[in-house]
Write a protein that binds this ligand. Structure first.
Ligand SMILES: [Zn+2]
Length: 146
């Protein structure tokens, strides 16, 4: 196989794609930002990086009071998702930094949830508005490991 495989299959395989600031290594997700949140580079020089499908819970909150049509309790977490690193070395930035991803936790027993827990990321295209898909990430504790 040759060529930029992942640009072609990105929509189909729905993997996580982050944007790594070439100035400081900060990985933003899901949106490419014109200004780097960390080093303030503007416009920032971003490169797309592929993220792993598992990450580690950095912190989480459990929402108990939400509108009636939303199921509660509803846990949301900030998860550090490492770069997948299967597309060859990222130039000048070995390994790279994880992306800090915010998302809902589903199919998760609250008693199993703790900081440092490994969770699986599921990428969903919620809806597609013209050529601008609206994406969402949901996390869950991998099956069989609860
Ligand atoms: Zn930066």
């Amino acid at each position: 196989m040759s060529g930029p495989r992942y640009h072609r299959t990105r929509r189909q395989d729905q993997r996580l794609v982050g944007f790594e600031c070439q100035g400081c290594g900060w990985v933003s997700f899901p949106d490419e930002r014109r200004v780097c949140k960390r080093c303030g580079d503007a416009p920032a020089d971003y490169e797309e990086v592929q993220l792993a499908d598992r990450g580690e819970v950095m912190t989480f909150v459990v929402q108990h009071y939400l509108p009636d049509d939303i199921e509660t309790p509803q846990p949301v977490a900030i998860v550090d998702v490492p770069q997948a690193g299967e597309d060859g070395p990222q130039t000048g930035n070995e390994g790279g930094e994880p992306a800090r991803v915010y998302g809902l936790l589903t199919e998760t027993d609250l008693e199993d949830l703790e900081v440092g827990r490994e969770v699986e990321a599921r990428f969903r295209e919620v809806f597609d508005e013209g050529d601008r898909p609206i994406n969402a990430i949901k996390f869950s504790i991998p099956r069989g490991e609860q």
